[in-house]
Design a protein around this ligand. Sequence first.
Ligand code: HXC
Length: 265
Amino acid sequence: MSEKTNDLVRLNRLDAGVVELVIDRPEALNALNIQVLLSLKAALETLASDASVRVILLRGAGEKAFVAGADIREMQTMGRSDAAQFSRLGHSVCLLLESMPKVTVAAVHGFALGGGTELALACDFILASEKAQFGLPEVGLGVIPGFGGTIRLARTLGLARAKELVFSGERIGASEAVQLGLVRKALPQDGFFDEVRKQAAKIARNSLSAVSAAKSLMNEFEETSGVHPKVDAEIQRFSSLFGTHDQKEGMVAFSEKRSARFEGL
Ligand code: HXC
């Protein structure tokens, strides 16, 4: 059964407490604008208190992308305080995915860039097809990751590997993501979502109270020394770059489909 929570986010209820939450903006490669984030937040808040739900599969619509990042065209016109609010909104979605008493799985079948990689990192784990591509290209736009990517990528890969990816903005394919430990294995593209649903159903057969007890225990570390204490710092650093020459140039260059000319200002 498919429920439209609104035009941008869709909910498919599968068997045995598995639901698919689909970001449905394929014409913009499912880029996260304010409206998408608000819809995701509302849907996750509802699912968090729905006793029939055990596993949430987060995915993108269309052939090409999980999520190609935050919406660059929308960010282009933001000032510092809008940017801070936007970053805080994305953080709230990520923190919900990370902390809700359900299993959250990112099913990545194509581009997961910038905010897309950040959203995937906030899920309990990522299932990726062999066509998945990850990366944090924000420095190529004159900004930095702002939905927890600087923190969660370092937690998952270790500081040096995360720094290399953040500073280079380089994209990595599924096999490198496996080598780095971002995902356990790359699944075949053909039948990817069927396989993802099977794996979700397997988890859903276990005791949800046991699984969510394990989840909250394993997350306790995050509340003291993990993501939580660093959220405000990331929001501040992300938004402080808005209004700079390089942020404006980076985002205009994307819209004009050309390379950015940065001045370090
Ligand atoms: C807005 C986007 C978009 C984005 C793609 N589109 N990504 N629009 N924001 N992040 C739009 C394109 O403009 C285009 O619209 C349509 O989607 C199809 O994309 P193409 O570029 O034509 O596709 P392709 O040539 O296959 O290239 C795919 C791509 C490229 C490599 C993924 O689209 C790309 O580099 N996208 C940006 C990736 C990125 O930099 N993400 C990080 C964003 S910053 P039109 O109208 O031209 O058809 C970020 C910060 C998070 O995420 C933290 C915030 C607080």
